[in-house]
Design a protein around this ligand. Structure first.
Ligand SMILES: Nc1ncnc2c1ncn2[C@@H]1O[C@H](COP(=O)(O)OP(=O)(O)OP(=O)(O)O)[C@@H](O)[C@H]1O
Ligand SMILES: CC(=O)C(=O)O
Ligand SMILES: [K+]
Ligand SMILES: [Mg+2]
Length: 600
């Protein structure tokens, strides 16, 4: 409270040039209403700008709502003022800079709906590089615990949190576990090696004290040599290099290179016998290793927003992790995403998606475990299942692979991105393109521009499929929410509304709206920063943070006034508004309604 009083004082002094009564400090304590002294000219100016100034008692003293005060602060505060403490103290609307600029400059209905996730690596980890990605449209930053140290990742997380708080971005953080994939060692520190046709190489689980012997590759799991037989094939990175097994000798496997190529440190390995994946051993490797659990503890303590679990093979591991997270951090939840990349996951796709908070089509490793020609239909199937079960889904890997080296994508890559957008995936993910490529910013720009274009043509396309969504919820209050959202989305389409507004504490109704993939964007207002960050993963949602009141009318009025005052909406815009029941009582279902409002 003291800070609040101080901020008011500082604000008014700056805004109104000294017309601040010496005793105003006494008045400036209320959280939402802040008595200030202003001259007549100021009052008129303020009324014109915001329309929400209220004259109260004696001449010259006005009550200005905290929210509009925040606006004055923005426009008049000296550069040294701390915008975040002001924001917090005044409880104003929090929106990221990119969205705000976009809404101000462009047609609301043309904002991007498909979200962008970037893997952070050496090519994009500095504060400035991360800022460039955020500016370009990155919604989620992914850190991959396969690479880098925890200290390195901690710094990245700090940079992103700082960007969010200092510059108003809303970049969520996803931590991706290493998982029990089989991979090569680090090539003794070399950046790469070349395997020539017919050359003999040794794959081994041995550790070496000195330098790695020539043409030797370490493998990260002990049982590997027992698992293989002469005639088996070792496939590196999904087929970039191949070796035939000649013989196994203790911890060593002697092989001959059958497909020459470049070997990169820690490249993924898979083993094939008679055209099928050898998987007895990988099936018993734990999905979460002891190192993964340490990484998960790290993620929880660093407050990541999502954890993506690599090599999921069954729903159990997801359930286990979710209950672990619930027991370790009760005050905020972390979204657990299942990565579909292990062949076993495809036997129980639906049951995995049901227990997870979202899914990722991890096409990189998936393509090394199933024939490549099956990957597109698996992608389509997972996206469709996620949509019907209302879980966000990310399409990952090789979207713009050639852009690791080149400043423009291939035509085929653009077609691949377009396909994922047309399938209405929630998010697209860059891997090596952003982590270690030469053009991370350009990659984000390509995802952004292709998404915008394809989304637009999908909306224009009158032939778009209108298959009804299957019913999702079971209990009556939830079914009512679902029906309200479905109806609101349909109304928005039929009335060509400019936006749907939803007031939500946990984000549930926001995601039910997103599931409908309506023609206009969905503005989701929530009072929790962690919910806001998590909503940034979902298709078409523009998440805002503000203090919600129990009174829906008051929330509506405040958001309309604020968005209009800040130039993000204009007179005449048509809005469909729905609200979760924000009053803690059993009458929840009865309080939901759909309102249609035109901004005056
Ligand atoms: N934190 C990091 N430090 C160094 N290099 C990284 C880092 N993150 C990613 N990379 C590089 O970018 C490449 C692509 O990243 P990506 O996250 O797709 O990794 P990956 O090894 O393919 O594993 P996964 O299957 O989990 O995606 C990596 O192979 C690695 O070379
Ligand atoms: C993203 C990931 O893990 C993959 O494509 O394999
Ligand atoms: K990983
Ligand atoms: Mg993978």
């Amino acid at each position: 409270m003291a800070a609040h009083g101080l901020i008011c004082q500082r604000t008014i002094l700056t805004s109104f040039n000294g017309k601040f009564p010496a005793n105003a400090r006494r008045f400036g304590r209320a959280v939402d209403v802040c008595p200030v002294s202003v001259g007549r000219g100021c009052e008129r100016l303020h009324k014109e700008r915001h329309g929400i100034v209220r004259r109260t008692s004696r001449g010259g003293r006005l009550e200005i709502r905290a929210s509009s005060l925040a606006h004055i602060v923005e426009n008049n505060a000296p550069a040294s003022a701390d915008p975040i403490s002001i924001q917090e103290a005044l409880g104003k609307l929090e929106v990221d800079l990119v969205t705000e600029a976009d809404l101000k400059e462009n047609d609301i209905r043309r904002t991007r709906r498909t979200k962008i996730c970037c893997t952070i690596g050496p090519a994009c980890c500095s504060y400035e590089q991360l800022e460039a990605l955020a500016k370009g449209g990155m919604n989620i930053a992914r850190i991959n615990m396969c690479h880098g140290t925890r200290t390195w990742h901690k710094k990245v997380i700090q940079n992103i949190r700082e960007l969010n708080s200092a510059k108003g971005y809303c970049v969520a953080i996803m931590m991706d576990t290493e998982g029990s994939e089989i991979h090569m060692g680090d090539l003794g520190g070399k950046s790469s090696a070349h395997a020539e046709d017919g050359e003999e190489w040794i794959f081994t689980v041995r550790q070496f004290n000195g330098p790695l012997p020539a043409r030797t590759i370490q493998v990260n799991y002990d049982g590997f040599a027992q698992d293989l037989k002469p005639g088996d094939e070792i496939v590196v990175d999904g087929g970039l290099v191949r070796f035939d097994v000649i013989e196994t000798i203790g911890p060593d496997v002697r092989c001959k290179c059958s497909d020459p190529g470049l070997l990169l440190p820690r490249a993924n390995l898979s083993f094939w016998r008679d055209g099928r994946l050898v998987q007895e051993r990988t099936a018993v490797l734990p999905t979460l290793s002891s190192k993964d659990w340490l990484d998960i503890d790290f993620g929880i303590s660093e407050g990541v927003d999502f954890i993506a679990v690599s090599y999921v093979k069954s729903p159990e591991v997801i359930k286990h992790l979710k209950s672990y997270i619930a027991s370790r951090c009760s005050e905020r939840s972390i979204g657990v995403f299942a990565k579909f990349e292990a062949i076993d996951s495809l036997n129980c796709t639906e049951s995995i998606i049901r227990v997870a908070d979202g899914a990722m089509v991890a096409r990189g490793d998936l393509g090394a475990q199933i024939p490549l020609e099956l990957v597109p239909s698996v992608q389509q199937n997972i996206i469709d299942l996620c949509r019907s079960l209302n879980k966000p889904v990310i399409v990952a890997s090789q979207l713009l692979e050639s852009m690791i080296e080149y400043p423009i994508p291939t035509r085929a890559e653009v077609a691949d991105v377009a396909e994922a957008v047309r399938q209405k995936a929630d998010a697209l993910m860059l891997s090596g393109e952003s982590a270690m490529g030469l053009f991370p910013d350009k990659c984000v720009e390509v995802l952004r521009s292709v998404s915008l274009r394809i989304e637009h043509t999908c909306r224009e396309d009158k032939l778009k499929s209108s298959e009804p969504l299957p019913e999702l919820c079971e209990s009556l209050p939830e079914r009512i929410s679902e029906q309200v959202c479905n109806a609101a989305a349909e109304m928005a389409n039929n009335l060509r509304a400019d936006a749907i507004f939803v007031y939500t504490r946990e984000g549930h109704m926001a995601s039910l709206l997103s599931r409908n993939r309506p023609d206009c964007p969905i503005f989701a207002f929530t009072d929790a920063t962690d919910v806001r960050l998590r909503l940034n993963m979902q298709w078409g949602l523009i998440p805002f943070r503000m203090d919600l009141r129990e009174d829906v009318g008051s929330n509506l009025r405040r958001t309309f006034a604020l968005l209009k005052a800040r130039g993000m909406m204009k007179t005449g815009d048509l809005v469909i508004a729905v609200s979760e029941n924000l009053v803690p009582c059993d009458q929840a279902a009865l309080l939901q309604s759909i309102q249609v409002r035109r901004i005056s």
